[in-house]
Design a protein around this ligand. Structure first.
Ligand SMILES: [Zn+2]
Length: 554
């Protein structure tokens, strides 16, 4: 059959799909390839490919990508590896001889094959040349080259891949940063390890088990023992901490000698149970928080009736002293999915009164939908509670047709308050907000709750930030990523150095005694202290209420 005949045959099939008995070779090939793809049948797929080549079946980009994908899967099986590589590269060459343009998936798959063959250079060349096909690379397109260089301890080339990713705006995630950290550690590149630890701190915050092991191995190495300055200027360290808003100074390893690495827990007040260090709370600063509130408002007015949301913004400006916001529907509907379940106004009232008691007799703000409030007013006993809330200024009713999510979220961010909800805020509306920043905000402001046998328990945010922390003394605390309702069970890497304490103190003595402007370093120390006290004050009052009650309830 020539091309025209094949085309005609395909078109006839397309216009007359019911004639299944009369399959063209192309349709039969497509069908069988799909079933190989589903069952990851590599051998079946390559025999189909051989048949297709000898029968001159027209292969398109989708067919070839499917075949390449099956090859790249099969390379992980040692008994199939060589065959998969041979076929993979043959199919890729075939693709270019057919003038079929590769897409991003093609490049990612062939790069995987090259990397499996130990050829990081080829994997990197493929992604560097992806622009020739007018497609943009993604993280997965770079991964084969990056991981291949890291595995072969070719650190300089791995850094080159990282630079290339940065230049095209592809962001690294935890696995990539951990691989770079590991190769840097193995090559004794202490400066690079330091940089990647900070990259994990800013981009990842809590690390997975594999990354934690990489970090532990670094600190136990000879190179780590040698890395660091014995007389780091305490003034510079403290300036660094102030400038960065707490939790890190970024000036390099402090001290010399052995590191002590252990896995520890952190108590409810943020004290490391290993070394006794106070972990700090790194909140979002005011400017960022205001920007955040504005971006939520901008999204809300696009989606809500504009006048309704603006009215709420105006109302909130006049009533801006709430410290806690309650997602009324979330609390009222908690555990109500049983036969007679509905909306439990008593649960909501418990939360309102508990917040009032815990927070120095200040009422929270409950956001509840109009429709819900109307329903509650029909029942005399719930009507009484609603009237009481209205009297105490607790309730804001959102109008018909509104999505109350925008209202409680905006109020909590705008007023820098706590937000009581078990909603993990992963819905599409929250996706609009962007994850990294939003996660930080949730960690500092979201209050979860439970009702165990009808007894309410509020779970306040931790008093310290769940983020890698570098202290003034040069010690490190690294939280492990773990879904836990009980923060005290979260493991942290506690990494300290006996000499670090002396290193900073000794340098302080030298600087103050040898410095005619004695007041300058002292003033900075005062600034740091006042920052500490602000943090502590904020922790104990505005964020968590009376600490004593909290420990009683937990
Ligand atoms: Zn510690």
């Amino acid at each position: 059959m020539d091309t025209t005949q094949r085309l005609n045959a395909t078109m006839t099939m397309a216009t007359n799909k019911k004639k299944k008995t009369n399959k063209t070779p192309e349709i039969k090939f497509q069908f069988e390839l799909n079933s190989c793809s589903k069952s990851k049948d590599f051998r079946g797929a390559i025999s189909l490919y051989d048949d297709a080549v000898s029968n001159n079946i027209r292969l398109n980009q989708h067919h070839l990508n499917t075949l390449l994908y099956l090859c790249s899967n099969a390379v992980t099986n040692p008994s199939l590896k060589q065959l998969a590589l041979d076929y993979g590269f043959r199919i890729f060459n075939h693709m270019s001889s057919l003038n079929v343009i590769p897409n991003e998936a093609t490049v990612a798959t062939v790069a995987r094959l090259a990397a499996a063959n130990g050829d990081g250079d080829r994997a990197f060349e493929l992604v560097k040349n992806i622009g020739n096909y007018n497609v943009a690379p993604r993280l997965r397109t770079y991964d084969p080259a990056l991981f291949c260089f890291c595995e072969f301890l070719d650190s300089d080339k791995a850094y080159e891949v990282e630079e290339h990713m940065n230049s095209v705006g592809v962001s690294l995630e935890e696995a990539e940063i951990a691989a770079l950290l590991k190769v840097s550690a193995k090559k004794g590149r202490a400066d690079r390890v330091y940089r990647y630890l900070h990259k994990l701190r800013s981009d990842v915050r809590c690390v997975g088990e594999l990354t934690a092991t990489v970090i532990e191995e670094w600190f136990q190495s000879d190179e780590a023992r040698e890395a660091g300055e014995e007389d780091l200027d305490v003034r510079r360290v403290r300036e660094g901490v102030l400038r960065n808003g707490g939790g890190w100074h970024g000036l390099g390893w402090v001290g010399k000698g052995d590191w002590v690495v252990s896995r520890m827990s952190v108590d409810g007040d943020g004290i490391c149970c290993g070394c006794g260090e106070q972990l700090v709370c790194v909140d979002i600063d005011d400017v960022e928080m205001e920007k955040f509130a504005l971006s939520i408002a901008a999204l809300a007015v696009e989606r809500e009736v504009k006048t309704h949301f603006s009215e709420f913004q105006g109302w909130l400006e006049k009533h801006d002293d709430y410290e806690a916001i309650v997602d009324g529907a979330n609390v009222g509907l908690y555990q109500q999915n049983f036969a007679d379940g509905g909306f439990s106004i008593y649960q909501l009232d418990d939360v309102v009164k508990e917040l009032y008691d815990q927070r120095g007799k200040k009422w929270p703000l409950v956001i509840l939908h109009n429709k819900r409030v109307r329903g509650l007013m029909e029942n005399p006993s719930s009507r009484k509670l609603v009237e009481e809330w209205i009297k105490n200024g607790v309730l804001y009713t959102t109008p018909n047709g509104s999505n109350d999510d925008w209202y409680w979220l905006y109020a909590a961010v705008k007023l820098r308050g706590l937000l009581v909800t078990n909603d993990e805020m992963r819905d599409h509306i929250f996706e609009l907000i962007g994850s990294n920043f939003f996660n930080q905000w949730k960690e500092r402001h979201q209050v979860h709750y439970t009702f165990v046998k009808g007894n309410l328990k509020l779970q306040m945010p931790p008093l310290y930030s769940l983020v890698i922390q570098e202290s003034e003394k040069g010690s490190w605390h690294v939280p492990l990523a773990l879904d836990t309702s009980n923060e005290s069970s979260r493991p942290w890497l506690c990494i300290t150095r006996a000499s670090a304490d002396d290193a900073v103190t000794a340098s302080n003595d030298v600087n103050t005694s040898g410095n005619s402007h004695l007041d300058q370093p002292l003033k900075l120390v005062d600034d740091v202290r006042s920052l500490d006290s602000q943090v502590i004050e904020k922790n104990s009052s505005s964020l968590t209420g009376k600490r004593k009650e909290r420990s009683d309830s937990s």
